[in-house]
Design a protein around this ligand. Structure first.
Ligand SMILES: *Cc1c(COP(=O)(O)O)cnc(C)c1O
Length: 395
């Protein structure tokens, strides 16, 4: 443990990426240990590694790094964000009950409703922004409250400390998906959350090249239990992909800061555009939950959503936009535009979608690292094309 209190940006570069110090090569990057098994020098005394499902030095460097960044005791790297999330839910047993945000990530929604239910683990979807609703939805067998803040795609804000307080009163754990904020902007463990989860596919790796997931626990006991599940279930991250996440994280500070700055400018621009009906971005002072977000986070992130009047105008916008790729996913160097109704939330019935604000005119933008003037000019010309559509329709 260092006596220096380094900032997150510094830790992103230096934290625990020093495993090769032991080897005295001076290499500034963690070696990729491509080894499934490890020779044991002694018959009755085994070394720190035995088999790479249980532990691999490259993966361990990443696991230590994310634990240090989140201020937790145990980090674990998984084959995907969903592998991390599903493995965390395996801490539960048949007969347990979960409270979960109604606007949770689509894959988590699918896992809870179509997999966990077959193992007799019950769930209730609630509006996590309403602390009273949480209190009244808690059951004697509720073991986990699952939070995503800001949520996807409408960036709803949950009061983390408020939920933690209720959870502790009822002896249940809190899990939090921190994908949108990353440890650069939000450290839920320091607010009392028990397990932080990440899709490292997004901002942490940052280049749309790999699928990866991370989990960090607040205490040793939970860390041991989750490591046991990681080894038993086996959805581990490979050494090569662990290396890619470590490298990606080194530039997270600069990338996310630049993208967030651009997102703020784009959100403001969209807010003033006559064709846009609604903009969802926590950095807008009138965004619901803005004050709570400011209290618990250090930045607003690079994801925003906005509402066009109809499916036809959204279609015209997408067909005319030039720079952002039109795709699922987020958190990369290139801007990514997506249409939640048929992409991330396709599995949701239209009625459920619209209840959550995911209308047919809603688009989500993950702002990348292009020059913000180019992005705004591009958005402007695509909106112009969408406006023509509106005029043509009203003729
Ligand atoms: C992408 C995403 C996930 C799932 O992660 P994968 O790496 O795709 O498995 C979970 N939560 C959020 C908020 C995400 O954006």
């Amino acid at each position: 443990m260092s006596v220096y209190k380094d900032q997150v940006e510094t830790k992103l570069i230096h934290a625990s990426s020093n495993v090769d110090i032991e080897q005295n090569t001076g290499a500034v990057n963690v070696p990729i240990y491509l080894s499934s098994t490890y020779h044991q020098a002694s018959f009755d005394h085994f070394g720190p590694f035995d088999y790479s499902r249980s532990g691999n030095p490259t993966r361990q460097a990443l696991e230590q790094k994310i634990a240090e960044l989140e201020g937790g005791v145990r980090g674990l790297a998984f084959a995907s964000g969903m592998a991390a999330i599903s493995s965390a839910f395996m801490l539960l047993s048949a007969g347990d009950h979960v409270l979960i945000s109604e606007d949770v990530y689509g894959g988590t929604y699918r896992f809870i409703t179509e997999v966990l239910n077959r193992f007799k683990i019950e769930h209730t979807f609630i509006n996590m922004t309403d602390l009273n609703e949480i209190s009244s939805a808690i059951q004697p067998n509720t073991k986990v409250i699952y939070i995503e803040t800001p949520s996807n795609p409408c960036l709803n804000i949950t009061d983390i400390e408020g939920v933690v307080k209720i959870a502790k009163e009822h002896n249940c754990l809190t899990f939090l998906d921190n994908t949108f904020m990353t440890p650069l902007y939000q450290n839920p463990l320091e607010l009392g959350v028990d397990v932080v989860l990440h899709s490292a596919t997004k901002f942490l790796s940052g280049h749309s090249d790999i699928i990866a997931g991370l989990a960090v626990t607040q205490n040793e006991d939970l860390g041991k239990k989750l490591a046991f599940i990681q080894n038993s279930f086996g959805a581990i991250l490979s050494a090569q992909d662990s290396y890619i996440v470590i490298q990606g994280m080194k530039t997270l500070g600069t990338r996310l800061k630049q993208s967030s700055e651009s997102a703020q400018l784009i959100a403001t621009y969209l807010h003033h555009h006559p064709l846009i009906e609604e903009v969802y971005y926590p950095g807008l002072s009138f965004h619901p939950g803005h004050d709570i977000h400011v209290k618990q986070s250090r930045g607003f992130g690079a994801v925003l959503s906005f509402k066009l009047p109809s499916k036809e105008t959204a279609k015209a916008f997408v067909e005319h936009i030039r720079l952002p790729v039109f795709a699922v996913s987020l958190g990369a160097v290139e801007s990514i535009l997506s249409y939640p109704a048929t992409m991330s939330h396709a599995a949701m019935p239209k009625e459920e979608r619209e209840k959550r604000g995911i209308s047919d005119g809603l688009l989500r933008l993950s702002v990348g690292l292009e020059h913000v003037d180019d992005l705004i000019a591009d958005i402007e010309q695509a909106l112009q094309a969408a406006s023509h559509k509106v005029k043509a329709q009203s003729l």
